[in-house]
Design a binder for this molecule. Structure first.
Ligand SMILES: [Zn+2]
Length: 68
């Protein structure tokens, strides 16, 4: 599905299984967990919607998500 790119504010692509987020114009390529953290940091209204997900990964550094 299409979502807002946190990097260039364009249209990024979220994988159907929520495994990754990609945006071709700015070469964004990150896990959904990293995306959620960036969005939550930039816009606190998103942190309410995605609270359940962010709580489950709380305390984990973004760079370690790829190792799961
Ligand atoms: Zn982008």
């Amino acid at each position: 599905m299409k979502i807002k790119c946190p990097k260039c504010d364009g249209i990024a692509l979220l994988a159907d299984d929520f495994s990754f987020v990609k945006c071709e114009p700015c070469a964004l390529d990150m896990t959904y967990g990293e995306y959620v953290k960036i969005i939550a940091y930039k816009d606190h209204t998103y942190s309410d919607i995605l609270g359940d997900y962010t709580n489950s990964t709380e305390g984990t550094k973004a760079g370690t998500l790829d190792d799961w």
